[in-house]
Design a protein around this ligand. Structure first.
Ligand code: ZN
Ligand code: ZN
Length: 284
């Protein structure tokens, strides 16, 4: 029994250290690079005039550590379940070669984008927002440390995808590790405060189907729109993209905004019955 508990402790600790390292490396590297070293040359690409206070970033770091502790607990469950044979598809997919490795990574990212969009939208329901998602929106001005600043329940919702997906899709465990690296990289960039996506001549993002930092920053400014994580298509299909997105992007990318009537998402936009005015942060 003591040996068994010792093993669980080791798995938990190893997972905690690994996820903390991933989070801290990306958050600190992006903060040091954008907010310190390249602050002057990138000043034209800063999305908001004011930076969040240091106290906010310290709180975000501590809350993110709490989220990572939950992720580590789920990792213990997954490791024990895998040893007991409850992840047969992952063991099988391990032998399917490099093509499936790449395909399963893409599928996992696509599936997570859909999962994130819908769970995120659900968490903005007035009945759920305060219990699931309020903590994240206390970061009115996001920072590279905001990535895992979640309420406890939101952390559970977020990590559940990683535990459930390999049960329904043959996904090698090595793919899950790569997925997590991609997830934290995109998540940190989404909150980094600087628009890094190049703009086309007309001021639109070079790759318009990828979400940009401005896209998610607008969600922190007006929580009724822009629920997507990696790709813009769910917000466009569901009419929840902020109508000011392209103009805000053009401003952040130091380009002139194109006329509003040219906005490709305009016909899709409709009022969205999610979130609540009182719960949502107001625009800065
Ligand atoms: Zn956010
Ligand atoms: Zn939100």
């Amino acid at each position: 029994m003591a040996l068994w508990l010792d093993q669980i402790g080791q798995i938990w600790w190893a997972s905690l250290v690994r996820d903390t390292a991933r989070y801290a490396v990306f958050a600190i590297a992006i903060w040091a690079l954008l907010w310190v070293l390249l602050k002057a040359p990138l000043s034209g690409r800063k999305i908001r005039k004011e930076s969040p206070p240091a106290k906010q970033m310290v709180i975000e770091f501590l809350i993110s550590m709490r989220s990572i502790a939950i992720f580590a607990s789920v990792a213990v469950g997954m490791t024990l379940a895998s040893r007991a044979g409850y992840y047969p598809l992952s063991s099988m997919a391990h032998h399917w070669g490099p093509v499936w490795f790449g395909v399963s990574l893409v599928l996992m990212i696509l599936a997570h984008d859909a999962y994130y969009y819908w769970t995120h939208r659900l968490m903005h329901h007035p009945r759920l927002f305060r219990r699931f998602h309020r903590r994240h929106h206390l970061s009115l001005r996001p920072s590279p440390f905001t990535a895992y600043s979640f309420d406890l329940r939101e952390a559970v919702v977020m990590v559940s995808f990683v535990a459930i997906w390999p049960l329904v899709m043959p996904t090698p465990f090595a793919v899950i590790s790569m997925f997590v690296v991609h997830q934290i990289a995109r998540n940190t960039l989404a909150h980094c405060g600087y628009e890094l996506m190049p703009a086309k001549a007309d001021g639109t993002p070079l790759i318009d189907w990828l979400t940009t930092t401005t896209h998610h920053d607008l969600h922190h400014a007006d929580a009724r729109s822009n629920f997507g994580l990696y790709f813009t298509w769910w917000d466009r299909w569901m009419g929840t993209e902020n109508p000011a997105y392209h103009a805000a992007f053009a401003r952040a990318a130091a380009r002139k905004p194109r006329p509003a009537w040219n906005h490709p998402a305009a016909p899709l936009l409709a009022p969205v019955a999610v979130g609540s005015r009182t719960e949502s942060p107001s625009a800065p």
